[in-house]
Design a binder for this molecule. Structure first.
Ligand code: CTP
Length: 403
């Protein structure tokens, strides 16, 4: 999965011949899972039709301050467009548009949107080689960089004029890769290894039966996604679950029992920076596992159980540089019990979910949590989707490891 997946990308097209390549660019952004809208300068429509771009982006294309709808003029809100965007990419960016951007001129919708946008702005220049080298253009580049806009440099090659030199817009594939790498480079968990446990464990009774629990694994999978979206390399060790995940930064290791999970976690812990143990690990397992299916001979049946290893506590006992996070699911005396676990298991942070809160816990799509850290700071949250809870947790960890 691309880092652009789920992001809102606003593509600004100005009037250069390279505009014909923006059809592929829109296609690539859509393929990466992004939502795409296009704003173009009026003259850019001479190079590529809005119909092509709206068909590919699945959104209306805007190019003027107003729209005619059944004789009613409707104002196109450039502020909304700018606020909608997570990233604004101006490609091709002509010398004319770049100069106007650099000098605050806003005589078309693209430029007004640029002035209103608060998100990161990328620009991919495209022009003839002498225009590209002209001091005036260089001044525009410098000024835009001083506004923290990011330049995707033009490449060398044959230009529309027939001349050969620098000024060709970067190829659509290279523009997408450039943006993905730039975003990844700036993410707060880049180069961090994050280890996550998720789901239930199954403890075998015989070849067909096991002791398990209702954990869906959703919370752990959402944490894995949130960590990867912040640039981390994630190892997700999960018990049996229906959850699916596909992300280039997430390596999934399926396990079945508490013992399997313990072994896998310990293989990776040395090189881990942050470990988040959200799995609902069975605390007990059958002492003997029957080799054959157990027959129902008597009216009652007794199963002798023994303790499984506490994976979280075992990590707390050996942790060095690692930031260690555990979960606590409590029914009574929640805060006190969670604080006790934080201390006993030598954690940096514990996420408490109380089963007394409606919508919290194992199965659903929501959770209501409280974070308690090892300096005794307590942060209580409202009921939220597990996606949002995961984002809150990762943001808190980033804050704490940066402090
Ligand atoms: N955990 C673990 N290995 C176990 C049991 C629990 O790693 N064998 C982890 C869970 O992933 C969770 C935390 O320990 O992060 C808390 O689990 P919980 O069941 O709430 O607490 P326990 O310590 O098992 O205590 P109790 O069951 O007595 O409440």
């Amino acid at each position: 999965m691309s880092i652009l997946s789920g992001k809102n990308i606003l593509l600004g097209i100005s009037a250069g011949i390279a505009a014909y390549k923006t059809a592929s660019l829109v296609r690539l952004f859509v393929k990466s899972g992004a939502h795409v809208k296009v704003v173009m300068t009026p003259s850019a429509k001479d190079f590529i039709t809005p119909l092509t771009l709206s068909t590919l982006s699945k959104n209306p294309v805007e190019s003027s301050f107003t729209n005619d709808q059944d004789d009613n003029e409707v104002w196109n809100n450039h502020v909304d467009l700018g606020l909608w965007a997570d990233y604004f990419i101006i490609a091709p960016a002509t010398a004319n548009t770049l100069s106007k951007m650099a000098n605050g001129i806003c005589d078309n919708l693209l430029l007004a949107t640029y002035l209103s946008a608060k998100c990161p702005v990328y620009f991919a220049p495209a022009m003839d080689l002498d225009m590209y080298k002209h001091q005036s253009t260089i001044n525009s580049f410098e000024k835009l960089k001083s506004f923290e806009n990011i330049m995707i440099p033009a490449t060398k090659g044959e230009l529309a004029s027939g001349l050969v030199g620098e000024g060709r817009m970067a190829e659509p594939e290279d523009i997408v890769t450039f943006i993905e790498n730039d975003i990844l480079d700036k993410l707060p968990l880049k180069n961090k290894n994050v280890l996550i446990t998720a789901g239930p464990t199954y403890e075998a009774i015989d070849p067909v039966r096991f002791i398990g629990n209702h954990s869906s694994g959703k919370m752990g999978f959402e944490i894995a996604k949130a960590a990867a979206n912040l640039g981390a390399e994630v190892t997700l060790i999960t018990g049996p679950t229906y959850q699916k995940i596909s992300h280039s930064l997430i390596h999934v290791i399926p396990v079945v029992s508490a013992k399997d999970m313990y072994d896998e976690v310990h293989k990776y812990f040395d090189t881990t920076d942050i470990a988040i143990l959200s799995a609902a690990v069975a605390d007990f397992r059958p002492k003997e596992v029957a080799l054959q299916k157990i027959k129902k001979k008597a009216d009652t049946f007794t199963l002798e159980l023994e303790r499984t290893q506490d994976i979280l506590a075992s990590l707390g006992a050996i942790k060095q540089q690692q930031y260690l996070v555990g979960f606590a699911l409590e029914t009574n005396n929640a805060l006190e019990n969670a604080k006790g676990k934080l201390k006993k298991k030598n954690l940096n942070l514990i996420v408490l979910n109380s089963l007394q809160d409606k919508g919290a816990g194992f199965k659903g799509d929501t959770n209501k949590v409280t974070f308690i850290d090892n300096k005794n700071a307590i942060t209580e949250f409202q009921l939220k989707s597990k996606t949002k809870v995961a984002e809150d947790l990762l943001n808190e960890i980033v804050k704490q490891i940066d402090a």
